[in-house]
Design a protein around this ligand. Structure first.
Ligand code: BDR
Ligand code: CA
Length: 316
């Protein structure tokens, strides 16, 4: 099976990604790192512990850093609800967090599966950046890193040009991009350019409700309902952009995204553009491409694959 470490800020779409991964028989989730982002670390940790328990994921769940590397933490309760999962009311987790830091969990997982571990970042990059301080060889220890982050030829969803996961901790995102330019296989950077192609409307909300009796289903329904309310209030209509599971599905299957090699860096100093991912397609910087940037997505094929996976994985 494919050993995979998930780093996320659960988060409504993160919850769908986690559920998707738990339903894929070829994936072995080796650990979950709870990163501050959509909501503070403690709330993310609680969500991850409960979801892991309900989904039967027998892997350590770690508490990540409480703040970004440099700037203050910003959170998005308006988008994801007061605890990160919309209207869902979660039971108190019976499982405990792992004793290790999120950064240490990255390092231990990579050392345990040298050359095999797939890293998947669906939130800010804080813990992976901290892990690089402990183990600078991480880029060479991972099989491949997959990231949901940035917006290259697309407006931002946080600042005018910045995407949430990068905007929450731009220094961490930049450190990761620089360190992983040494990786034998370029990381995949999938940003809003492709993830906004995945949009759920009422039929998708109905499809989630119809997934059956599994205890995770009402959580996903109540979370998604809130996500729709936020997007409607934000002018997007009765729908939701569901970013993270597409990137998870590409990491697992290699399908649904087209990518192109590009030099990409993070703007740290722009007064209007801090946190923007800037690409250099014409090579003006004289740098080699450091990422495979996602340029287009086959959203219908991905959504069909998601339902197929959830229907078989959640059947009770
Ligand atoms: C990203 O930001 C978060 O709110 C979502 O979970 C996703 O990972 C999209 O910009
Ligand atoms: Ca996320």
């Amino acid at each position: 099976r494919m050993p995979l470490l998930l780093d996320c800020d659960t988060g409504i779409d993160d919850a769908f990604a986690l559920t998707y991964l738990a339903c894929r028989p070829e994936v072995e989730i080796t650990g979950i790192v709870s990163t501050a982002g959509n909501v503070p670390t403690e709330a993310v940790l609680g969500n991850n512990l409960v979801l892991a328990e309900l989904l039967g994921i027998d892997a350590p769940v770690a508490r990540g850093a409480r703040t970004p590397l440099v700037q203050e933490l910003m959170t998005a309760e308006d988008t994801h609800g007061p605890t990160g999962l919309g209207h869902a009311r979660l039971p108190t987790p019976t499982r405990q967090a792992d004793d290790r830091s999120g950064a240490q969990l990255w390092v231990d997982a990579a050392r345990r599966h040298p050359g095999q571990l797939v890293g998947l970042v669906l939130g800010p990059h804080t813990n992976l950046a901290l892990a690089l301080e402990i183990e600078p060889e991480l880029p060479r220890l991972l099989k491949r890193l997959h990231v949901m982050g940035g917006a290259i030829n697309h407006r931002g969803n946080t600042g005018a040009t910045s995407e949430w996961n990068v905007a929450v901790d731009p220094e961490a995102a930049q450190r990761v991009l620089i360190a992983f330019s040494e990786a034998p296989t370029r990381p995949v950077l999938a940003g809003l350019d492709t993830t906004e192609a995945v949009r759920f409307w009422q039929p998708e909300l109905d499809a989630v409700r119809a997934l059956g009796d599994h205890p995770v289903v009402p959580i996903l329904v109540e979370a998604l309902q809130f996500y729709f309310e936020f997007h409607q209030a934000d002018g997007f209509g009765w729908s939701a952009h569901v970013h993270d599971p597409l990137v998870a599905a590409h990491a697992v299957t290699g399908r649904f995204l087209e990518t192109t090699p590009l030099p990409v860096d993070v703007e740290l100093t722009g007064t209007l553009t801090r946190g923007q991912t800037v690409a250099d397609p014409l090579g003006r910087w004289g740098r080699e491409p450091n990422v495979d940037a996602a340029t287009s997505a086959d959203a219908p094929a991905f959504i069909a694959h998601l339902w197929e996976t959830l229907r078989s994985g959640l059947s009770t």
